[in-house]
Write a protein that binds this ligand. Structure first.
Ligand SMILES: *Cc1c(COP(=O)(O)O)cnc(C)c1O
Length: 375
């Protein structure tokens, strides 16, 4: 039987081949490989999709975080509050700017930053940066309230939550990336909206922040030969913008398919072994970038699935405060118990819009087979 991958970018291309090939051919034939109309068109469409005034295409999700933190003045001696249950790119740009991450405990029900824990560590923090982990908006209303009380801007790492919605305190529904001060997206190939290489975007309603990020991404200039500030080479390739414009119209339908698959997993796996499921707060529904379960048998179940053709994975096995790269911060096991337990127990099952019902049934059967024999 053929292997079921964790993510299948080839199946995704097959579905969008004609639109993508045509969009890329247009860019190649008109020769505008840097910036140009195809980039501007994507930025306009992505801003409309997120419901924000400005979207700025950049080189990667990591670059998006770097540019926003730079624009907000993060520098040596500063600290930025982030969760430790995330991809390392959430913290790296903080370090590039000479600042330090201040790790905040998670809410074990969702894996995202715990607003109550944030309140206890926010003193002296320069920026608060929650992560919409696994495809669900963090508790942005509560986190934004804690940040506002402390007079600190909030930046959203929305690298895993394209198209996800949440309810604001005033009852309006918004997409991730639309909260102040800015949202940072990644279009890494396996993300819910994926390019054919590295790409990212910053979203914001603040025209000054948008102008600053635009200047910083392109060598600190607004005209060809005058450089107003020392900037970066953090532009989005125009070919990637063309690919993304071709795929953007399908994101909502793709996300609905992910939600349906996640519902089918949860229904089929409830009561199996010691499996536990993440909470599903209805005011911020997930777009299931990952489908995550928790089990005390994580390593053995992962091994069983991988040995039987199911590409399960772990997001993420080592929390940032225990990564060798952040050893200099002096953390030890026990500092963030909820984060550490999550990292020890979480398992991601295959999820992508092209996953078939039959493939999902096979994944479920293998999970059950593990618990029937070993669990
Ligand atoms: C993917 C990801 C990033 C980094 O995005 P790149 O485009 O790979 O640089 C940052 N944060 C989170 C939470 C991510 O999942």
């Amino acid at each position: 039987m053929s292997k079921i991958p964790l993510v299948d970018v080839k199946a995704n291309y097959a579905r969008h081949r004609e639109a993508i090939d045509a969009a890329m051919r247009d860019v190649i034939e008109n020769g505008q490989f840097i910036q140009g109309p195809a980039l501007a068109a994507f930025e306009e469409r992505f801003a409309a999709f997120c419901g924000v005034r400005h979207a700025i295409g950049v080189g990667s999700g990591t670059a998006a975080l770097h540019l926003v933190l730079h624009a907000l003045g993060v520098g040596p001696g500063d600290e930025v509050a982030v969760p430790a249950h995330t991809f390392v790119a959430t913290a790296e740009p903080i370090s590039w700017l000479g600042a330090r991450p201040r790790f905040v405990e998670i809410d074990p029900a969702t894996g995202a930053m715990d607003p109550a824990a944030l309140r206890t560590v926010i003193d002296g923090v320069k920026v608060v940066m929650p992560v919409d982990i696994h495809g669900r908006a963090a508790d942005l209303p509560a986190i934004a309230a804690v940040a506002a009380e402390a007079g600190v801007p909030m930046v959203e790492d929305a690298a895993q939550s394209h198209g996800a919605q949440l309810v604001r305190p005033d009852g309006t529904v918004v997409r991730t990336g639309a909260y102040e001060a800015a949202g940072c997206f990644s279009f890494y190939p396996g993300k819910n909206l994926g390019a054919f290489g590295d790409a990212g975007a910053v979203t914001t309603n603040d025209p000054d922040l948008a102008a600053q990020v635009r200047m910083l991404r392109d060598h600190g200039r607004t005209t060809k030969y005058e450089h107003l500030i020392v900037g970066y080479a953090h532009r989005m390739d125009t070919l990637q913008a063309a690919v993304l414009s071709a795929k953007l119209p399908s994101v909502d339908a793709d996300n609905r398919r992910r939600v349906a698959l996640a519902g089918a997993y949860s229904a089929a796996l409830r009561g199996v072994g010691d499996l536990r499921f993440l909470a599903d707060p209805p005011d911020r529904p997930s777009v299931y970038h990952h489908y995550v379960v928790r089990t005390r048998h994580r390593e053995a179940l992962l091994k069983h699935l991988n040995a039987n053709g199911v590409g399960a994975g772990v997001h993420y096995p080592i929390p940032l405060h225990l990564q060798p790269a952040y050893g200099f911060l002096g953390h030890r096991r026990g500092d963030l118990p909820q984060t550490e337990a999550f990292a020890d127990e979480c398992l991601s099952l295959p999820i992508y819009p092209e996953l078939t019902d039959a493939q999902l049934d096979r994944v479920v059967a293998e999970v059950k087979a593990y618990f029937e024999t070993a669990g």
